[in-house]
Design a protein around this ligand. Structure first.
Ligand code: HEM
Ligand code: HEM
Length: 356
């Protein structure tokens, strides 16, 4: 994993600081709310002292995180996500960062105005932000408490949004803020990639040429079983069954020839099958599936390169080039590649929805 943030994901520094901050805030908030009710005792003072030191740690880590963010940038928004969503995320992240600085500062101010000393884990003293000032003390205390509740509310919305992205939109927003191992170990349902069903508007086509004239064809009937998650390529699978007799090129004579003995021979083996379980990330939202095409009883490797556009209805748009003669498509006189070139381009556009 990269140290720095890049256009695709958060780097290890931002990820580490994010989750460390998360743990510290949960701890500080819980202890903060409990400690004020403790009976006055040396133990209470000890808890307060620790609260302050850990609180100052969050302040320092937040400064570092914001500095790192300014230095190395933030990942690009997911493609297809509406602009209002991106703006809302930017505003929320900005507000969270501001609160992560303002809350410890208000605690520090409260401590200064109350006239208490402040030492970070007993190691070094911090300067006072003000002299003794009961009015300021009360104000800073109220701010400390109120801002904490604002943070708690924002964090709930923020975490809900992250989970919504992950489980409903099934995009990479949460995955890119998680260390790789967490994806496999911690989150339930994350270890297996998502299953998708095909929606209307999906197509599977091919283009070839005859005597130099290009023609397009499409399969009216095909059944893709798609299990895919950009963050879990090892667990992803494609299994597509194609009814060869459903091929059409808008030319009845040619279509009859195509499904007949010399070409697809659909009477003998009615289906072609494409299976892939090896996937490669090509950068951005581009991927390659190294799979096998079974056609006319011949199995040969075929690589499908595709773009995965996440969203509520992700779109898989891909293409593959295959050599028809490898599969015996076009026998007899039709083997002449001057008449019909050997290379045939297959294109697909699958509109998908989560399989329930
Ligand atoms: C992000 C860091 C921090 C968080 C999330 C946090 C959270 C809280 C919470 C939830 C309370 C209870 C509020 C109440 O019921 O009055 C509290 C109390 C308190 N916090 Fe923090 N705090 C943080 C940092 C600090 C720092 C840096 C200091 C001082 C340097 C500090 C000093 C105090 C004190 C003195 C109280 C007790 C107020 C009282 O006695 O009424 N806190 N904090
Ligand atoms: C105390 C709790 C939390 C705080 C204060 C917090 C704060 C933040 C901040 C400030 C960012 C922007 C990144 C940056 O500026 O470095 C961020 C990003 C993110 N947080 Fe949190 N977070 C908290 C808890 C959570 C939880 C519980 C989840 C998941 C369930 C989560 C998921 C994410 C994700 C996925 C991003 C990246 C969003 C993107 O790439 O657009 N956060 N968080």
């Amino acid at each position: 994993m990269p140290i720095k943030n890049n256009a695709e994901r958060w780097g290890s520094v931002s990820i580490g600081l994010h989750w460390l901050t998360f743990l510290l805030i949960v701890g500080l908030g819980t202890v903060g709310l409990i400690m004020t009710d403790l009976p006055t005792s040396p133990f209470k003072i000890q808890v307060y002292t620790l609260h302050k030191s850990f609180g100052l740690t969050v302040f320092a880590l937040s400064l570092l995180r914001v500095f790192w963010r300014l230095l190395t940038g933030v990942p690009k928004p997911e493609p297809n996500s509406p602009r209002w969503q991106n703006s809302l995320a930017t505003v929320t992240h900005g507000a969270l960062n501001a609160l992560l600085l303002a809350i410890p500062l208000s605690g520090w101010l409260f401590n200064s105005a109350a006239g208490f000393p402040l030492k970070w884990f007993g190691l070094f003293a911090l300067p006072k932000l003000s002299g003794f000032n009961p009015g300021l003390k009360a104000f800073a205390r109220d701010m400390h408490e109120t801002l904490f509740y604002v943070l708690a509310a924002l964090v709930l919305i923020h975490a809900a949004a992250a989970l919504y992205h992950h489980y409903r939109l099934r995009d990479r927003v949460l995955a890119r803020m998680l260390p790789m191992m967490t994806l496999l170990l911690v989150l339930p349902g994350v270890s297996s990639a998502a299953d998708w069903t095909m929606q209307p508007g999906s197509t599977l086509g091919f283009s070839a040429s005859y005597q130099g004239e290009v023609f397009q064809g499409r399969f009216g009937k095909f059944t893709p079983q798609i299990r895919f998650d950009p963050a879990k390529l090892a667990d992803s699978r494609f299994e597509v069954r194609i009814a060869l007799a459903s091929a059409s090129t808008n030319n009845q004579e040619r279509d009859e020839l195509l499904v007949g003995e010399d070409f697809f021979a659909s009477a003998k083996l009615p289906e072609a099958r494409y299976s892939a379980s090896k996937f490669r990330a090509l950068g951005g939202h581009r991927f390659a599936a190294d799979g096998t095409l079974s056609l006319r009883g011949v199995n040969k490797p075929v690589t499908l390169t595709f773009t995965w556009t996440p969203g509520a209805k992700p779109v898989l748009a891909g293409e593959a080039t295959l050599k028809r003669l490898d599969f015996g498509v076009g026998s007899g006189d039709w083997t002449d590649t001057g008449l019909i070139p050997n290379e045939v381009k297959v294109t697909t556009r699958l509109v998908l929805a989560p399989a329930s």
